[in-house]
Design a protein. Structure first.
Length: 371
């Protein structure tokens, strides 16, 4: 039995008729840029998150850059990011002309460490990016207190956590502003690239809209240098159809995570992930830790099981950020984890048989015998 890392076909089957109807309307009206579908999605996603404003943009990296610019990040300043994250969390900072400052993560959950954030704050710090990794929220209570005391904006990178929540509030509405990605494999995935910025602050929302539309609030009047980053109408149709099913699909992910825990828990050599808040975790990824990770990954691949590494190289050790001058030892927990983390197949419609197959092959690879 082959088990893909992600299988989007079952999701698409659920929404195919609804998407087809929506696209027929778009092409009949020729409303290809903006239009009622984009407006409707922005309103619906804002309501889902629990904020007043959602601005759809072209992708998640644009969303994070716009969010950072909207709270005053400027060239020459510094922005604190976790060392264990997708490079876009730092890349968005660099695109502004600011400098990303990667900091270490906590040992158990691999989320940005508040203690490391405090140690990294300088007079040049203009924002902290809280990355909600693997479907689990960063420690926002501590980060909000730290940022509040220092007078520094807290920006959420919610690309891996649509629908996650903390104390009754949904991710994307917990900081001053949040950025998210709707890349196809996300919990809420488009049929291509797409992203959004969410906020409760009308002034931040207005700045994001201005910057995302060539710095123009009125046609041919350009007040600042902006960019061209719009949510495509076709993607809005697709996202609207999926949004109504997101809670159900997140629940299926949680059940799959629980099954993995039952299948793999207690097996020597396999460290299963924990949840700070089991009710609020949406399990974008199921990330275990094993020794001889690369060998285990090869065994899984040879058996037809898709697996991944999130992420094989901490930000500060990538070639792109060699210029920061931060060598090994800068973020020891992230660096050690990078050699052991392994992401197992995870998607809402993964079956019990598929998970049993993953567990059998993984257990044999780690221990030398099947479960």
């Amino acid at each position: 039995m082959r088990v893909p890392f992600v299988d989007l076909s079952a999701q698409h089957a659920e929404i195919a008729d609804e998407v087809r109807s929506g696209l027929n309307a778009v092409f009949a009206d020729t409303a290809f840029v903006g239009g009622p579908e984009v407006t409707a999605f922005e309103q619906e996603y804002a309501a889902f998150v629990g904020v007043e404003h959602c601005i759809g943009v072209a992708n998640g990296t644009d969303a994070l850059e716009l969010a950072l610019r909207s709270v005053g990040v400027r060239p020459g300043s510094e922005v604190i990011v976790p060392a264990n994250t997708f490079i876009a969390s730092a890349e968005a900072v660099s695109r502004i002309g600011a400098t990303p400052v990667p900091v270490d993560v906590d040992e158990e959950h691999l989320l940005i460490d508040p203690v490391a954030v405090v140690e990294a704050i300088t007079e040049a710090t203009s924002a902290v990016v809280a990355v909600h990794l693997f479907g689990q929220l960063a420690p926002l209570d501590e980060l909000a207190e730290i940022c509040g005391d220092a007078g520094i904006p807290l920006v959420e990178d919610a690309a891996q956590s649509q629908g996650a929540h903390w104390r009754g509030r949904v991710v994307g509405g917990l900081g001053q502003v949040a950025a998210t990605s709707f890349y196809p494999g996300k919990n809420l995935g488009a049929a291509g690239d797409a992203g959004a910025v969410t906020t409760a602050d009308p002034e931040i929302a207005a700045r994001v809209r201005l910057l995302a539309n060539h710095g123009s609030a009125t046609r041919y009047v350009h007040d600042v240098i902006g960019m061209n980053s719009r949510l495509d109408t076709v993607q809005a149709v697709y996202l609207r159809a999926k949004l109504g099913r997101l809670d159900k699909w997140n629940d299926l992910r949680s059940r799959a995570a629980q099954r993995y825990g039952e299948l793999l828990g207690g097996i020597a050599g396999i460290e299963c992930p924990g949840a700070i808040d089991p009710e609020g975790h949406v399990w974008h990824l199921y990330v275990i830790r094993v020794d001889e990770r690369d060998r285990v990954l090869d065994v899984l691949g040879d058996a037809g099981i898709g697996a991944g590494i999130h992420y094989p190289t901490p930000v500060h050790l990538t070639g792109a950020y060699r210029g920061l001058g931060l060598g090994p030892g800068t973020a020891p927990i992230a660096e050690e984890a990078a050699g052991r983390i392994l992401s197992l197949p995870m998607f809402p419609h993964i079956t019990e048989d598929q998970q049993a197959r993953v567990a059998d092959v993984l257990t044999a690879a780690v221990t030398g015998s099947a479960r």
